[in-house]
Design a protein around this ligand. Structure first.
Ligand code: HEM
Ligand code: HEM
Length: 178
């Protein structure tokens, strides 16, 4: 079957949602590895890795809030397929939204609690809602780190499903978001 034919039949997400999907994906593909690298880089560049990771991560929070607003107000095409697949897809999408908000919030609060207010790309200091709170700091860091691996598993499921639809089913699902 010609993919180009299929494209015409596929109900797509709104242009704003499609743009936001790829913007967040690009930001996450930079932010996630940078977070992991913090633990491995030499001390003289560690602070730079913290700064860039935290600044991109904080940006994701605001882009995600805009995206949630668009998602809740714009019409989105219903997911196709058997009930079990629709339920699986909605659950993974819902969890992706949840973790993409939870991760920057816990990261941001953790750095605050450790006593390091965020200096966004070195431009200005973001107001710290917590201040230094050593008791909370380790719990927030632990949630941030565990969530990172849950998020990675969700990416694997999500991208695996997208590839399966595109390469095996050849049903045009990918065009809903392109
Ligand atoms: C969606 C956004 C974010 C993602 C995907 C993300 C991802 C990660 C990952 C993968 C790690 C390494 C975890 C590990 O070593 O097991 C990490 C660590 C870290 N992240 Fe993030 N992060 C995000 C946002 C933020 C933000 C906004 C901040 C702070 C303003 C932040 C601060 C940190 C810090 C300080 C660490 C070092 C370990 C720790 O103390 O928890 N992150 N992050
Ligand atoms: C190569 C990478 C990716 C591909 C091929 C891809 C593909 C897709 C496709 C085809 C859809 C539409 C599903 C449908 O409505 O039936 C979708 C939706 C979605 N994707 Fe991705 N995606 C990718 C990366 C990501 C990443 C990195 C994230 C998270 C940061 C993400 C989060 C989402 C979410 C939350 C939705 C649901 C949209 C909504 O219903 O509002 N995607 N993606």
């Amino acid at each position: 079957m010609e993919i180009a034919e299929v494209r015409g039949d596929v109900a797509r997400h709104s242009p704003a949602l499609r743009l936001l999907h790829w913007l967040v994906a690009a930001l996450v593909f930079v932010t996630w590895p940078l977070g992991l690298m913090i633990g491995f880089v030499k001390d003289d560049v560690k602070l730079d890795f913290y700064l860039v990771h935290e600044s991109f991560g904080f940006l994701i929070l605001w882009v995600m809030l805009v995206r949630l607003g668009v998602r809740l107000t714009a019409d989105s095409p219903a997911i196709q397929g058997p009930a079990i697949e629709r339920a699986a897809a909605s659950s993974v999408h819902g969890l992706l939204y949840l973790f993409l908000v939870l991760m920057p919030v816990t990261g941001f609060l953790a750095t605050n609690a450790h006593g390091f207010p965020l200096k966004w790309f070195g431009l200005f200091t973001v107001w710290s809602p917590l201040g230094k709170a050593p008791d909370l700091a380790w719990a927030l860091s632990a949630i941030h780190e565990w969530s990172a691996w849950i998020l990675l598993a969700l990416f694997a499921l999500h991208i695996g499903a997208a590839l399966f639809h595109h390469l095996v089913r050849r049903d045009g699902t990918l065009y809903r978001i392109l």
